[in-house]
Write a protein that binds this ligand. Structure first.
Ligand code: PSU
Ligand code: MN
Length: 298
């Protein structure tokens, strides 16, 4: 598989310096313009400030790209009709030379093949509320890709309990960064268990190395709660989410459109609080991912 690595990422990987992969669906579909581009830049800066090399992943004109220029990030964040691709779309996108944003599934797929060990995002996809047949392709990809994904759990719009069960059944290890329960995206708690609490990058690296030595096929999720100042309490969220879900139902929004629709509705209904929370957790996750990536190259 041909992957275009930019010079910085290629040099860093060759000389065993820390690299953190970042995804592009959050830029193209997860956040509104111009916050999307500002956030993408901020995430890259955060990774650098914490001693690692950022590598945003996307598909540009049919090419798997790891490490984007500022102009390329701008393109992903502004061009109309950027497709959100999951595993099922990889061959279409490559064959027909499309320009696409990569989800957790496809970012993990590409980053792992490029030799990157740590990937930072906001929230993974999962089992949808009310449509338990709609299971994000993020989940099976995580079950077969041995990468570490730093995230704040699964997005709150999902059925978190069913998503948590799925991860357990399929052997995806869920660690909690300085926390005792699975974070719930905009909220710090969910009432759902993690497999182990981790308090330092050193301990995270120990578990990651052991996973690699055991040859386990699945990803390891390092779940990080949103910083306290940006948390939106669950009770408040649930009422906004209920409104957004019923609107989606009435409008017949389904499939890959539903997550972006719900995130944007919730932001409108919370006066932008959920958006600020989303950005804060993305930045914080990029920071923790960088610390872990540093530890892994020592
Ligand atoms: N994290 C965010 N916002 C997002 C996403 C992650 O803070 O929009 C994206 C990821 O790319 C993830 C996707 O893979 O949402 C899940 O989409 P779906 O539920 O359609 O599988
Ligand atoms: Mn889906």
């Amino acid at each position: 598989m041909d992957i275009r690595l930019n010079e910085e990422a290629r040099d860093a990987l060759r000389s065993n310096r820390p690299v953190v992969a970042l995804e592009s669906t959050v830029i193209a579909h997860g956040l509104p313009y111009p916050k999307n581009i500002e956030t993408a830049d901020l995430l890259e800066r955060t990774v650098r400030e914490n001693g690692a090399v950022p590598a945003t992943v996307a598909m540009l004109d049919g090419e798997f790209c790891v490490g984007l220029s500022e102009a390329e990030i701008e393109r992903i964040g502004t061009e109309k009709g950027i497709r959100k691709i999951s595993r099922r779309d990889l061959a279409i996108a490559a064959g027909l030379k499309l320009t696409c944003a990569t989800t957790v599934a496809t970012t993990s797929f590409i980053a792992h093949r490029a030799g990157i060990r740590v990937f930072s995002t906001g929230g993974i996809g999962g089992v949808h509320r009310g449509y338990s047949a709609d299971v994000s392709a993020d989940l099976p990809e995580l079950a077969r890709t041995p990468i570490t994904v730093v995230c704040s759990g699964a997005k709150i719009v999902l059925d978190l309990e069913a998503t948590r069960e799925w991860l357990e059944t399929h052997g995806v290890t869920v660690l909690g960064w300085q926390c005792d329960e699975l974070p719930a995206f905009y909220s710090r708690t969910s009432g759902l268990p993690i497999d182990e609490r981790i308090d330092s990058p050193e301990d995270a690296a120990k578990v990651i190395r052991a996973r690699d030595e055991l040859g386990l096929p699945g990803a390891l999720l390092l779940t990080v709660p949103v910083p306290e100042a940006f948390e939106v309490p669950r009770a408040e969220l649930e009422s906004i989410l209920a409104e957004a879900l019923s609107l989606a139902d009435k409008a017949g929004v389904r499939g890959k459109e539903i997550t972006p629709f719900l995130l944007s509705e919730m932001s409108n209904r919370s006066g932008g609080r959920t958006l600020r929370s989303n950005i804060a957790l993305l930045v914080n996750n990029a920071r923790i991912a960088s610390l872990v990536a540093n530890e892994l190259t020592d």
